[in-house]
Ligand binder design. Structure first.
Ligand SMILES: [Zn+2]
Ligand SMILES: [Zn+2]
Length: 420
């Protein structure tokens, strides 16, 4: 009989920085190697770098880890990947890894992940004693997976970050239906336990509200959102299209969406999508190896600051780092802006600077956002359908709140082994 050791190196009492180890006598695997989230009351550019204490994982150590599986591309799950021994095989979703590498490239670094194989929903991979099936789940991070890990007759399920109110709700439903009943441990994310008052709306409801705002305005609209929240990009594009606007994305977003295919709006394939070239980003990217080719791929769809200043019928995705470009666009007074990110980011200096600029320009700002994480009801639906012997909360600041809402809750602590 095989015994499994579970060690949550980080994540039993915090959101982000997740790192989980599963081992048998002859196999050790790691699920996620996340960087801790910065304190959003301070500047988000401040990097936190504390490596979980895992023997045999890092470059300067003797390798004893057999594989690393990454649930998705958010930094709090993959942010420390650069520090691991490059000989350890990494598994991750193909599109998630592409987004991650493009983001690294555009923020001044090199591609950071080179998976040995890509995760495919419903497919099993074998690593020593473990067989791991990954399931696509709905989350604000594109191409996110949950894992069902088996060894002998034991089974541990890790949900990763997920929800069921986005555009991939059906993926979460399929994952839920696929979890074996009576699993030994369900490691379930509990982000919303400390954000109980956050309103949960579906991505479709956000799209409808964005449409109503855009339709009522006879001025340009900016949307401040994460470049990698693809569900949201799709919703904002659809709202813009319905309200008769062209959709403007910058070269960074354009390059990401061009890699994703499907029905995701992208320049060239969608005639109403135009591409903005932020000045400093463009200067820097042109100097990099291969940068010129990358930047020129969308030059036929370019929209200049001058043209933006002359039009009113556009919706443009922006980021806080684009403020200096926005200052050079004319006729922004009285326009509209949709703040479409977690409200906590308003405490960062760069977002504050952007919102101050909006105030100066008399720009009407509305908040339209919904969480990337599961509501308590969605968490309960998962738990009820697989009836786990033990539920261990993870990715939560309030694990104790699970006790009141779930059966068989076990509150784990970081770095303490649990054997099944
Ligand atoms: Zn997370
Ligand atoms: Zn996430």
């Amino acid at each position: 009989m095989i015994l499994i050791n579970l060690i949550i190196h980080r994540g039993t009492h915090q959101i982000g920085g997740t790192c989980i180890e599963l081992s048998t006598e002859r196999t050790r695997i790691i699920l996620d190697i996340g960087q801790e989230l910065p304190n959003f009351d301070e500047d988000k550019s401040k990097k936190i770098l504390e490596l979980p204490k895992v023997k045999g994982l890092y470059r300067d150590d003797t390798r004893t880890i057999d594989a690393i599986l990454i649930s998705h591309g958010h930094g709090d799950h993959v942010g420390l990947i650069e520090h691991i021994d490059p000989k350890i095989p990494v598994f991750m979703g193909e599109k998630a890894s592409k987004i991650l590498n493009i983001t690294a490239q555009f923020t001044g670094g090199k591609p950071i992940i080179n998976p040995v194989d890509y995760l495919i929903s419903g497919q099993e991979i074998t690593v020593g004693d473990f067989s791991i099936t990954s399931y696509l789940v709905d989350h604000s991070g594109f191409d996110s997976y949950a894992f069902v890990v088996k060894a002998d007759d034991k089974c541990i399920v890790y949900t990763g970050d997920f929800r069921d109110h986005g555009r991939k709700k059906k993926a979460t439903d399929y994952f839920r239906q696929s979890i074996p009943i009576g699993v030994d441990i369900l490691l379930i994310e509990g982000t919303m336990m400390s954000r109980i008052d956050d309103k949960i709306e579906t991505e479709e409801q956000i799209e409808q509200k964005a449409y109503e705002f855009m339709n009522a305005a006879d001025m340009p609209i900016f949307v401040l959102q994460s470049a990698t929240n693809i569900d949201r990009v799709v919703g904002m594009y659809r709202a813009a299209k319905r309200s008769g606007r062209i959709f403007v994305m910058d070269i960074f977003v354009a390059h990401i969406v061009s890699q994703l295919g499907g029905s995701i709006p992208r320049p060239g394939i969608f005639s109403d999508v135009r591409v903005f070239y932020p000045y400093h980003l463009t200067q820097r990217m042109f100097k990099e190896t291969g940068g010129e080719k990358l930047m020129k791929q969308f030059s036929s769809y370019l929209i200049s600051r001058k043209e933006l200043g002359e039009r009113k019928d556009y919706c443009m995705l922006i980021r806080d780092s684009m403020l200096s470009d926005l200052k050079h666009i004319s006729n922004l007074n009285g326009m509209g802006m949709i703040y479409s990110m977690w409200s906590g980011y308003k405490n960062t200096q760069s977002v504050q600077r952007l919102l101050n600029f909006a105030k100066m320009k008399d720009i009407e700002v509305i908040n339209l956002h919904t969480s990337g994480h599961a509501s308590i009801k969605a968490l309960q639906t998962i738990a009820e359908s697989c009836v786990p012997k033990r539920i261990i909360p993870i990715h939560t600041e309030r694990p104790n709140l699970f006790v009141d809402n779930f059966d068989n809750v076990f509150i784990a602590n970081d770095e303490i082994a649990i054997t099944i």
